[in-house]
Design a protein around this ligand. Structure first.
Ligand code: PMV
Length: 314
């Protein structure tokens, strides 16, 4: 039996604009993980058990487009193994689904790693990321590729999507001074595919206006990267608030997100923003360590269904 695991991720700055070629910054969440366990079994082909999703399926019977099936097939193909083998693949994950923490990409990555280990093969982060990207298309429609990249590399990544045929820009970025990041879950599952599609329709209606909004996000990302490199973490709160304001104009915020941000900032957070696809999912805050507990309590009082405090950059 072998086990593969993969971390969750959170986007600090730049979601949505990253789909349109602007940079984004994302970090791994090492304490939230998805795991896949692979073992041989006697005769049932490949069976995938996904307890959280409430289903088990045989690879051959399953919907070829289902992400779990797809990643299993693609990985076996990549490893040069026939899908006639008899395997049991069990998946479990601590990462809340559809909330911007990369659960889909982490589950797929865990499956790739477990299968590679089972067949005594080593795949590079780039190879893993490329396989997982294929399944991200099933979850997301037109994903930028940021989730699979950060999760496969498990490092803070500045990501710039390039046009088809050119390599995406993937650069680990420097965090001079680690900082606490608060992540509050709105409890609303919001599929990224829907918000990404809505932004696409907005851009099609008025490309010039959306390009300007994306440029504004790009400028915030550059500022944030500079602040992180210099250890000027106190600039992050205001930059989050500015990024949030552009995301509201783009149309991917929601009253629940804004209620949590207001409560967090009133309780002492220096700034906050939605993270990921928006309209639900998670809100992130820059909060100084000594204020974190107080802010957490207020966020729970304002309706957050869970609050994680993690250290970024350590
Ligand atoms: O919802 P998440 O965290 O998986 O991230 C989506 C990020 C978007 O920029 C909205 C879409 C993308 O593919 O980059």
């Amino acid at each position: 039996m072998v086990v593969g695991s993969a971390c969750g991720k959170i986007i600090l700055f730049g979601e949505h604009a990253v789909v349109y070629g602007r940079p984004a910054l994302a970090v791994p969440l090492a304490q939230l993980r998805a795991r896949a366990r692979v073992e041989s079994q006697t005769d049932a082909g490949i069976v995938i058990h996904a307890r959280e999703l409430g289903r088990s399926m045989r690879l051959m019977d399953g919907d070829a487009d289902h992400a779990l099936n797809a990643i299993t097939r693609l990985t076996l193909q990549k490893l040069g193994v026939s899908s006639e083998v008899n395997l049991d693949i069990a998946i479990e994950s601590d990462i809340p689904i559809a909330s911007g923490l990369g659960s889909g990409a982490a589950i797929s990555t865990a499956i790739v790693r477990a299968l590679a280990a089972y067949f005594h093969r080593v795949l590079t982060p780039d190879e893993i990321s490329a396989l997982v990207y294929e399944t991200e298309k099933i979850y997301h429609g037109t994903p930028s590729g940021i989730d699979n990249t950060v999760i496969a590399y498990e490092q803070p990544i500045r990501f710039v999507r390039r046009r088809v045929g050119r390599e995406n820009e993937i650069t680990p970025f420097n965090i001079a001074r680690p900082f606490p990041l608060m992540i509050a879950n709105t409890g609303i599952a919001s599929p990224t595919k829907i918000t990404v599609g809505d932004v696409r329709r907005g851009w099609e209606r008025d490309p010039a206006r959306y390009e300007e909004l994306f440029d504004a996000v790009g400028a915030i990302v550059e500022n944030a990267q500079d602040a992180l490199a210099r250890g000027e973490n106190e600039r992050l709160g205001e930059l989050m608030t500015r990024n949030q304001s552009v995301l509201e104009t783009i149309g991917v915020s929601s009253s629940e997100i804004e209620r949590l941000i207001e409560a967090g900032v009133r309780a002492g957070a220096k700034g906050g923003k939605l993270s990921g696809g928006g309209r639900g999912g998670n809100v992130i805050f820059y909060v100084e360590e000594e204020r974190a507990e107080g802010v957490r309590e207020k966020l729970i009082g304002a309706g957050a269904v869970g609050v994680i405090i993690t250290k970024v950059g350590s």
